[in-house]
Design a protein around this ligand. Structure first.
Ligand SMILES: Nc1ncnc2c1ncn2[C@@H]1O[C@H](COP(=O)(O)OP(=O)(O)O)[C@@H](O)[C@H]1O
Ligand SMILES: [Mg+2]
Length: 293
């Protein structure tokens, strides 16, 4: 049985436009493929922009590594709808992906009791909004992000006393206080497969940066979370207003009160850090088998 794994030119094997961090695609596939093969499933990489007819042999399609969807959101969500409409099972499902593609989902999770970072939501912003946010948060710096974004693209940090008066952002965006635990401690990731906790890790930014992503020189190490930290991640997971996702990565950072707060709940195309969780491939393969009935 063939299982589709969505890619993009930045991640597809053999593409001449592969990204610097495409090795993460290779590691994720290397973790899944053998465990799936042992259970009679062949993982087949396919560009998400391939015509719908190209998916006919896949009863189930993993959203995989379409790491350019944020620049073609409508087309991407339309393709997931079309896949489901033609009888494929998509993991995670189109409705969950649509909800998760816009960081406004953080508001829904906060309403359902999740610990989230205070956020100001704006359709566009100027330096004056940064001044107001610094004041409202009482913080030393503010982070500006796109509402639809990934990999810290289009993101900027603004320190009080070093503001650029000409700065502006002309798309739906969000402002948060800069939480300095990100550089002092790091960002936690908790991986869940079909509702079960798989593993956790701590991601640290390179010296002089605050972004933990590997593309900016960030590094990560496996970690056994404390009971309280794991419970904090489980509370976020439990607040997701959909059926249990096949996979989820809950990214958290510690607030001033010592409790973990949600940075983002990634259920579209997260890197699942298989190096820090060697059981990941088997857990995913078993969960896919269950979904196929
Ligand atoms: N409020 C914040 N305080 C400190 N660091 C932040 C904050 N928001 C984002 N960052 C940093 O920027 C990175 C990317 O932000 P994130 O919200 O995860 O968006 P993306 O979808 O682009 O990954 C985070 O992993 C973290 O390193
Ligand atoms: Mg992130």
């Amino acid at each position: 049985m063939q299982i589709g794994f969505l890619t993009c030119p930045g991640t597809h094997p053999g593409s001449d436009r592969r990204r610097e961090d495409a090795y993460e695609h290779d590691m994720q596939v290397a973790a899944l493929r053998p465990a799936m093969e042992e259970r009679g499933m062949a993982l087949t990489e396919i560009d998400w922009r391939a015509p719908i007819e190209a998916f006919v042999d896949f009863p189930l399609v993993l959203v995989g590594t379409p790491w350019d969807y944020q620049d073609a959101e409508a087309e991407f969500l339309g393709k997931l709808d079309a896949l489901e409409g033609s009888g494929r099972q998509v993991c995670n499902p189109a409705a969950l992906v649509r909800w998760n593609a816009r960081k406004t989902y953080l508001k829904d999770l906060a309403t359902r009791g999740a610990a989230t970072i205070p956020t100001i939501w704006l359709e566009r912003a100027t330096a004056e909004d940064i001044v107001r946010a610094l004041d409202a948060f009482g913080s030393e710096a503010v982070v500006a992000k796109r509402q639809v974004g990934a990999g810290a693209e289009g993101q900027s940090i603004h320190h009080a006393g070093a503001l650029d008066p000409a700065w502006k952002m002309e798309q739906p965006m969000m402002l948060q206080p800069y939480l300095d635990q990100i550089t002092r401690e790091g960002e936690y990731s908790f991986l869940f497969v079909d509702g079960a906790f798989s593993h956790a890790l701590l991601k640290r930014a390179a010296d002089g940066d605050y972004r933990v992503q590997s593309i900016y020189g960030g590094t990560e190490e496996a970690l056994t979370p404390s009971t309280a930290d794991l419970a904090a991640a489980q509370r976020i997971f439990a607040a997701v207003p959909f059926d249990t996702p096949l996979y989820a990565r809950i990214d958290m950072v510690r607030g001033d009160d010592g409790a973990l707060m949600l940075m983002e709940a990634e259920m579209i195309e997260p890197y699942l850090y298989p190096e820090q969780g060697p059981q990941l491939g088997v857990m995913m393969a078993e969960a896919i088998e269950r979904r196929l009935g």
